[in-house]
Write a protein that binds this ligand. Structure first.
Ligand code: SF4
Ligand SMILES: [Zn+2]
Length: 365
């Protein structure tokens, strides 16, 4: 629980995933943290808390800024490749990962970080005006600002703009169902494959994340890909990658793409070295050996490891170098142009041409 109380003047909106406990506290039911709150107290995520006997959100309509990114940066390699995605986040997070790469936002205790106020309609309009095919809720976990994310998603879908959640999947079943019903795609962090790692390094548990992944695969049409940031000595053993990738194939099937990305020392993990490229290459090899059809390395230059290859004929389908696309060998239906094999993903006749650019967008007040 956070020590910073909700002040009388703080702007808040009501939420619905919570219930009263017999001891007078109120429990937030959005995520497996299950924060039990006294009046005025904030939850661990800092942005939800109890005010006037209900759980409220304090970040509705407030963003940490807007950026247009390549969709490959989320990372999503099989969702409208080459297109641009209008990206934003808010503040706070419901995990406390020591290696967080966005800690300035996710650990923010300063609402001043939330520079840009924007209505859902204004965001959908801005995405449309900038030619973005999708809007991404990213930088911090949208689970904790789900009311805002859901309203933005509704405004986007009304304009045929898709929605992307970049999340750790640490969300409880009721909230999960509503949240993902408004998403077209997701990148879910599978941070490690041991409960010990989740417990010691992220302050969470592994099983709820696995439950979310099974839910996404078997109960929704959301296109999703997985990302694991490999941290030397913590979650990068061949045994752990072997167990993780076997689990993925057995429980989610071979078509969920997996990204193994490089760690750079950050936040509270300055004592760990960056991930050697060989570790990423090895992880990708293990995934492929265990039957994952699409496995990628990330945060390094590695054309072979970042391109999409046909799982059947092994031909090159989409050439990639970091966020830059090259050759394209899918037909109009998203099949391999060499052998006709259907390729899992959301593809159109041709790739987008956004390239690796990053463009900051200022919203008009
Ligand atoms: S979203 Fe999770 S961390 Fe935030 S208040 Fe609710 S239960 Fe606690
Ligand atoms: Zn093929």
């Amino acid at each position: 629980m956070s020590d910073f109380p909700i002040e009388a003047g703080d702007e808040v909106v009501s939420t619905k995933y919570w219930h009263k406990l017999d001891d007078g506290r109120v429990q937030c039911d959005v995520c497996p943290r299950e924060c039990k709150l006294h009046e005025g107290q904030r939850g661990l995520c800092f942005v939800r808390g109890r005010k006037n006997d209900e759980v409220v959100s304090t970040t509705y309509g407030r963003s940490s800024g807007f950026v247009i990114d390549p969709i490959e940066k989320k990372p999503l390699n099989h969702f409208l490749p080459g297109t641009s995605v209008f990206s934003f986040g808010t503040a706070g997070c419901n995990l406390s990962c020591k290696f967080c790469q966005n800690w300035d936002m996710s650990k923010s205790r300063e609402m001043d970080t939330l520079a840009d106020a924007a209505s859902p309609e204004a965001i959908a309009q801005a995405a449309h005006a900038n030619g973005c095919r999708s809007v991404a809720f990213t930088y911090n976990d949208p689970v904790i600002f789900m009311e805002y994310a859901v309203d933005v998603a509704k405004a986007c879908r009304a304009r045929d703009i898709r929605t992307v959640a970049v999340t750790a999947g640490y969300i409880s079943p009721g909230a999960r169902e509503e949240f993902f019903s408004h998403m077209d795609a997701a990148n879910v962090d599978l941070k490690a494959f041991t409960d010990d790692f989740y417990h010691k390094i992220c302050g969470g548990r592994l099983q709820p994340v696995l439950d979310t992944l099974k839910y996404l695969k078997h109960e929704t049409d959301v296109w999703f890909e997985l990302t694991t940031l490999l941290i030397p000595g913590e979650n990068d053993s061949e045994r752990e990658i072997d167990e993780m990738t076997r689990w993925v194939v057995e429980n989610l099937g071979p078509d969920v793409p997996m990204h193994f990305t490089a760690f750079h020392p950050d936040w509270k993990m300055l004592d760990h070295p960056p991930t050697p490229q060989e570790t990423l290459v090895k992880a990708r090899e293990i995934a492929l050996r265990n039957g994952v059809h699409y496995a990628f390395t990330g945060n390094v230059h590695d054309k072979a490891g970042q391109s999409t290859w046909c799982p059947k004929c092994k031909g090159l389908l989409i050439e990639r170098d970091w966020y830059q696309l090259g050759e394209w060998h899918l037909d109009a239906e998203g099949h391999c142009a060499h052998c006709g094999e259907a390729v899992a993903g959301v593809f159109e006749e041709a790739p987008g041409h956004w390239g690796p650019r990053r463009q900051v967008v200022r919203m008009k007040k």
